[in-house]
Design a protein around this ligand. Structure first.
Ligand SMILES: NC(=O)c1ccc[n+]([C@@H]2O[C@H](COP(=O)([O-])OP(=O)(O)OC[C@H]3O[C@@H](n4cnc5c(N)ncnc54)[C@H](OP(=O)(O)O)[C@@H]3O)[C@@H](O)[C@H]2O)c1
Length: 280
């Protein structure tokens, strides 16, 4: 990975943090996108300790807000002339429904729209580095989820895990459509399930959901184990030309039938572009 530039979100904690550190140890230069300054600086310091001599950097943005997603994409694009790997990984679950200043449901905005907007904003930088890769952290929580295009904001019957599962279905469908649209550019796009991992995930969700997730996490795998598929997709020559697939335990596996629906993937793309006010 020497000489490669990797942009990663959600690397101040959990799976993303371990993946960033491992990729940095392989020689990659890491560009973090973080929301919290103290956590961002701590993550940057850890990267610098692990690989002195490489100019890792950090940009700040709350990836639930459209203006911030677009601003940070612009800032990263202005400072990086080429990007070899973009890892969209920041994500969260919320026990009660919240709506952002853009009128988007918070889970949908953070877990899906941010992947779309950041990738859109960095597309030309990825093309400049081709062969390049986009890696999107999804989840097996997508299984059993269905999209309701009449209610992408989950105004009806909000339940935290259900809405989280839908956002992760969006990740798989979005990756599928992205891979199709990137054909011929030399950029691959794949999504993954990291496993059930003991991270900070769910701690901030509030209500009984935090408690349930905390108990369940006693059976979860370590962040080191959970980051393996992410690192594999970002770095392994084995998957250099694999695109549009869903991975678990470093292998391509079929996602749910709903996640293989090309018409839904295309519709999700156009609905998201409209909501994000992006021409695509
Ligand atoms: N843990 C699991 O069992 C599991 C299973 C399947 C999939 N996943 C997925 O794995 C990914 C990483 O989760 P994790 O388990 O490593 O959880 P985590 O430890 O909670 O890490 C989440 C990361 O996302 C960042 N983030 C959250 N909301 C953000 C926002 N609005 N703007 C910018 N950054 C934001 C967090 O930043 P802060 O440090 O500032 O909080 C943190 O760096 C997520 O996409 C999650 O859905 C997790």
């Amino acid at each position: 990975m020497h000489g490669k530039v990797i942009v990663i979100t959600g690397a101040t904690s959990g799976i993303g943090q371990v993946a960033a550190e491992q990729l940095a140890a392989m020689g990659a230069r890491i560009v973090l996108v973080a929301r919290d300054r103290a956590r961002g600086e701590a993550a940057l310091a850890r990267l610098r300790e692990g690989g002195p001599g490489i100019a890792h950097s950090v940009h700040y943005a709350d990836l639930s807000r459209l203006a911030e997603m677009k601003r940070v994409a612009g800032q990263v694009a202005a400072t990086e002339s080429r990007i070899d790997v973009l890892i969209n990984n920041a994500g969260a679950v919320f026990s009660s429904r919240r709506v952002t200043e853009d009128g988007l449901e918070l889970t949908f905005a953070t877990n899906h729209v941010a992947y779309f907007v950041l990738t859109h904003g960095l597309r030309e930088r990825l093309i400049a580095a081709a062969p390049a890769r986009v890696v999107n952290t999804s989840s097996d929580a997508h299984r059993g989820a269905r999209l309701d295009f009449e209610d992408l904001g989950a105004a009806r019957g909000y339940r935290g895990l259900k809405v989280y599962g839908r956002s992760k279905l969006c990740n798989v469908l979005y990756t599928r459509e992205l891979a199709r649209r990137l054909e011929g550019t030399g950029i691959t796009a794949n999504s993954l399930h990291p496993g059930f991992v003991a991270t900070r995930f769910g701690d901030q969700s509030g209500g009984p959901l935090s408690y349930v997730i905390r108990i369940a996490k006693t059976f979860a795998i370590s962040p080191e184990k959970g980051s393996e598929t992410l690192v594999h997709l970002a770095s392994s020559p084995e998957v250099a030309s694999t695109t549009g697939k869903y991975f678990y335990k470093c292998r391509a596996v079929p996602p749910s039938l709903e996640a293989q629906d090309d018409a839904a993937a295309a519709r999700l793309w156009s609905e998201t572009a409209k909501l994000a006010r992006i021409e695509s």
